[in-house]
Design a protein around this ligand. Sequence first.
Ligand SMILES: Nc1ncnc2c1ncn2[C@@H]1O[C@H](COP(=O)(O)OP(=O)(O)O)[C@@H](O)[C@H]1O
Ligand SMILES: [Mg+2]
Length: 270
Amino acid sequence: MTVENESKNHTKVPVQYIQTLRGGTAHVILFNDGKKYVVKWNATKKDRGREVVNEYIIGKLATLFSLPVIPFEIVYISKEFIENTPELKSNKNNYLSGYQYACIYIENTLVFEDVRQDPPSKSEIKNRDMLAGITVFDQWVNNSDRGTMNVLFEPLVEGGYYVHMIDHGRCFPGRYQWSAQTLSQMPEYNFHWPFYKWVYSNLHDDNELSSFAKKIVNMPNNLIYEVIQSIPQEWDVNTEDRESLYIFLLKQKDELPNILEKIAIYRNTL
Ligand SMILES: Nc1ncnc2c1ncn2[C@@H]1O[C@H](COP(=O)(O)OP(=O)(O)O)[C@@H](O)[C@H]1O
Ligand SMILES: [Mg+2]
């Protein structure tokens, strides 16, 4: 079975619309497995043609590195469900039937924005050891949206928090609208943003960043290639664009030492 077939789930069907999340394009929907999912629609907005493609690619790549992306899959939403859901039918966005991205909805979470003034201490972050990885991974894929709303803090019953990465629609040069042409542009990096600054203050030592960079470099290229090949055909990423993305990600492996050097220089100014 190919990665693509594994990812598409036809037995899971939406049963009830629950709510729209802040921002207006992510919707919480109850499925027939009894779980709530955050669903993001492919191709709802003209100028965001690659948003859900990016969610999927980044979710898959981050999973290869065991980074904390929320479990997700591709679900099929029927025309009937949209027709019977006023919030989707009458919305200004264009919600079409077809394959969409869905990740588990986690109840009662905070975002980094909620805690940034008085963030939890190192020992309160259960997966503190993943923070360096999130930061280096984001630079590798040129994430330009790790804002204070795109990091979830899940309070744990035993106390403390688990940090999740969310919202990967805006990545790669060209962002929501990347193409073979935009991928050849020089990336701009945002490693000085508030979330990353907080990460730097939580590192045990400098090696954490460079050892994650090594993990990226050592990731077999065929696995990266498979992720790109597994993007659903229905999402219209042509062969040239897929090849260019693969080449971009390999080129970015070579860029990591330069990026780490820039981060080190920046951290010295803090
Ligand atoms: N899986 C999730 N579980 C709980 N809350 C979520 C989840 N995904 C997103 N959210 C909340 O919804 C908001 C919007 O989701 P996000 O994926 O960032 O969409 P957008 O592209 O509209 O910014 C987030 O800032 C967060 O507060
Ligand atoms: Mg967001």
